[in-house]
Design a protein around this ligand. Sequence first.
Ligand SMILES: Cc1cc2nc3c(=O)[nH]c(=O)nc-3n(C[C@H](O)[C@H](O)[C@H](O)COP(=O)(O)OP(=O)(O)OC[C@H]3O[C@@H](n4cnc5c(N)ncnc54)[C@H](O)[C@@H]3O)c2cc1C
Length: 431
Amino acid sequence: MFSRRTVSALRHYHPSRHFSSTTKTQADFTHAVIGAGAVGLAIARRLQQVEGAQVVLIEKHGMVGTETSSRNSEVIHAGIYYGHDTLKTKLCLQGKEMLYDLCAKNGIPYMNCGKWIVAQTDESMDALQSVHDFAKSIDVPIRFISREEAQRREPDVRAQAGALESPSTGIVDSHTYMQFLQGDFEEAGGTTALASPVTRIAGHTNEWKIWTAPPGTSEPTPSSPSPQTPGQNPPESGNEEDAFITASTLINSAGLHACATNNMVLPTSRHRTPYFAKGTYFSYSKSHPKPSTLIYPAPIPGHGGLGTHLTLDMGGRVRFGPDVEWVDSPNDLSPNPDRARLRTTIEDIKSYLPGLDADAVALDYCGIRPKLARGAGALNTGKGGGFIDFYIEKEEGLEGGGEMVNLLGIESPGLTSSLAIAEYVYGLLYR
Ligand SMILES: Cc1cc2nc3c(=O)[nH]c(=O)nc-3n(C[C@H](O)[C@H](O)[C@H](O)COP(=O)(O)OP(=O)(O)OC[C@H]3O[C@@H](n4cnc5c(N)ncnc54)[C@H](O)[C@@H]3O)c2cc1C
């Protein structure tokens, strides 16, 4: 499945240490991207297109994209929830267009199936009106659907107070998308290093020294700083099992572990604490009711997600979710078997899909949102609610080391935005 540019573990790789680089060093690689999820893959692919670039994409698992990028709703978001002047809005709008285009040109399965946001009360109708007005203000297609049209098109869906249609929303096969990115990156000369957990990073003159351990080795915990004291260079050789490579530019795209990577590199005063909002999905084993579009409840300000919605996958299967449960660990991926929780979910779904057969709903899989504050909401109303934007910055004031671009809190709409994020990172480094 992997091309010849995939390395089974970075510690078995012996770079020839002669690449030209963005700065005047003799680093093994021009760029090291940590984390091969959809975002890291897109960034590595974009940077490999720079003339003279030799990019290494370092991933701790034996395959790309096995964490959050394969545990989400696979929705191509329209960009209507994140407010004015935010990276989430800008990169979602741009990323949506880029993703549709890339999928269409490269045979990546996708469907522009649209979505409805439905309101059952006057209060939630106000939320729909806000979403509508914001979408209009940024020229994203949106419209209210009349009761008659709603009844005719989706007779199983209840929208007591009203329904808003977002025609530019869609779905994508995220696995095929990531396989495409990996293949394209490697064909352009990039190197994917799998089974290579990064355990330590140290800055030297104009370059980074990046240590990886054997697969399965315990890493720094997400909230802890690195084993090394920031500002001090770690010993030249650490654990004898560890190996290192050097790179001029470091990109931290480690998803749920991005704060841990941040804390390996930046001084204590710039350490970050990660928070985790788990979302559980539910499968549905009946063929009815099955709407032909995605159905979302009206968004609730301050909620960590967009409400338990109905999505379809490319195989036409219905799934529900994700809910929101704040957890302490990025590895807490087992679905919560709590019966009361399941009952609440079923009630939520029945509010817009009254014909649901509750016996056909079962726990499925979980994904975890990387949050930068406890209780951070997904919706930007401009009136509080704890919205936090993507953090994508070229870090300044580093002692030693080359350049570093840091990506933190890349939650939804990160999949939709991935190609635009890659372009943005390229811009931070080269424009
Ligand atoms: C429940 C849920 C639903 C979502 N739904 C949608 C949606 O419908 N549409 C949408 O656009 N977005 C959605 N998202 C958001 C989207 O899934 C993420 O924004 C996106 O997948 C993030 O990609 P990433 O590459 O940043 O992170 P990840 O996919 O988490 O990749 C990070 C990678 O870094 C690796 N890594 C971490 N630490 C190290 C280390 N020390 N050494 C080496 N490798 C390391 C990990 O193994 C991992 O593979 C959803 C997210 C969740 C949780």
